[in-house]
Write a protein that binds this ligand. Structure first.
Ligand SMILES: Nc1ncnc2c1ncn2[C@@H]1O[C@H](COP(=O)(O)OP(=O)(O)OP(=O)(O)O)[C@@H](O)[C@H]1O
Ligand SMILES: [Mg+2]
Length: 389
């Protein structure tokens, strides 16, 4: 049985690999240097941005460090906010105030008391959902017309820190979503102008769209330029994956050699999500002792399984967009040159800008430092190479 987040229950035993959800406890490996660095930054109230390609483990890392921090220091409050579903500034303000007033340790009663105390005059509504056992905070319709209230909301973490005599760490995931709000530049200016005065608060900002975050934090003309420390997360190393995979097999009474563990990580280019996914497939096929054939079969099965998804992606592209991806896969860099335009049938050089924009917006490519383009998903890249060779 597989549930939608990739949790596999097999013969009554939970598979020792997970993907598609936050990795913690025994599912989390390595990242010791990064964890230490982040923990120190939080403790010293250094604002931190984490930038990495999709599914390398940003959210899992912040989560782990947030847990460690709360366990280690009693005078720190960690608040977490995910902007995934916040598509407007108004939704941002509700979610931001909810997150600030409700740390992981806050009970519902404390939360209600906090809301009354800090937001009572905005007449907010709290809705409780029986099915998800969660509650939402929303404000009346005239809320957004009161700019004073917005300012107060943005200062809530600092106020909370001062009142409680603690430090507050605000972790904001999918931060790049703020670029989609009305007047994004003015919005960013507003956030920065408030947050830079918060002496008792540290902001950790991260998300899954690397190129958008790069623009927010490394572009000289943007308000968040030099907001704090920027951490470029690296891949988990092959040696760490070997230890992790072997250990997880062992914990369920199965065996795998270091060599085969290394092969799994190598086939998946040490990509966090995919290495866990392939490991799970291999584990599933292994009765007692793993062998090379099982790894090869699992890899083929995984590519096969993902083929459906990749074909759907390709079906939604124009022939020129596909050709553009193939040019990237082939390692081309000078897309506007006559030879490349001709070889891959990309149209005129003016078209390259559109192709780049369209594939970027579809999350298919990523822009690396130095303006180099790459296919975002390493397995999709492998598949493209194989299908279009
Ligand atoms: N430290 C880790 N140890 C083992 N596996 C990990 C680790 N970090 C991440 N993973 C694997 O990678 C997957 C993606 O992790 P996570 O959601 O934290 O990444 P992300 O970078 O936040 O992704 P996105 O870009 O989609 O937001 C997890 O489900 C897990 O399978
Ligand atoms: Mg994430």
């Amino acid at each position: 049985m597989i549930n939608f987040v990739g949790n596999l229950i097999f013969n009554g035993m939970k598979a020792p690999f997970i993907y598609g959800k936050i990795a913690n406890n025994e599912d989390f490996t390595d990242r010791e240097m990064e964890s230490k660095h982040l923990l120190q930054n939080f403790r010293a109230l250094v604002n931190t941005t984490i930038i990495a390609p999709r599914r390398w483990g940003k959210t899992s890392l912040v989560n782990k460090v947030a847990d460690q921090l709360e366990k280690k220091y009693k005078d720190i409050i960690v608040c977490k906010l995910d902007l995934f579903n916040c598509r407007t500034a108004e939704q941002f303000y509700s979610a931001f105030s909810k997150a600030a007033l409700q740390s992981s340790k806050t009970t519902l009663e404390e939360f209600m008391a906090n809301v009354r105390r800090y937001l009572g005059r905005f007449a907010p509504t709290i809705t409780f959902s029986d099915s998800t056992q969660s509650y939402e905070l929303s404000f009346g319709v005239d809320f957004k017309d009161r700019s004073l209230s917005l300012d107060e909301i943005l200062d809530l973490p600092q106020k909370l820190a001062t009142d409680s005599k603690k430090q507050v760490v605000m972790c904001i995931d999918e931060f790049q979503n703020i670029k989609g709000y009305d007047e994004p530049l003015a919005f960013q200016k507003k956030l920065r102008s408030h947050w830079q005065h918060h002496s008792k608060v540290c902001y950790c900002l991260y998300g899954s769209k690397r190129h958008m975050l790069m623009d927010i934090f490394t572009n000289y003309s943007m308000p968040f330029y030099k907001f704090g420390d920027i951490m470029f997360l690296q891949k988990i190393q092959r040696e760490d994956w070997i230890k992790f995979i072997a250990g997880r097999f062992k914990s369920t009474g199965k065996q795998i050699s270091d060599e085969l563990c290394g092969e799994i990580a190598g086939l998946m280019k040490c990509h966090s999500y995919y290495t866990q996914q392939l490991s799970q497939q291999v584990w599933l096929r292994t009765e007692k002792v793993c062998n090379k054939k099982i790894v090869e079969e699992s890899f083929a099965a995984l590519i096969n399984q993902l083929s459906l998804l990749f074909t759907t992606i390709i079906d939604a592209l124009t022939p020129k967009q596909i050709n553009f991806l193939l040019a990237i896969v082939a390692g081309e860099t000078n897309f506007s040159s006559k030879e490349v335009l001709k070889k891959y049938d990309l149209g005129t050089s003016a078209n390259i800008k559109n192709l780049r924009k369209a594939t970027l917006e579809k999350d298919l490519i990523d822009i690396l430092p130095g303006n180099k383009l790459e296919i975002q998903d390493p397995v999709f890249e492998c598949w493209l190479m194989k299908e279009y060779k």
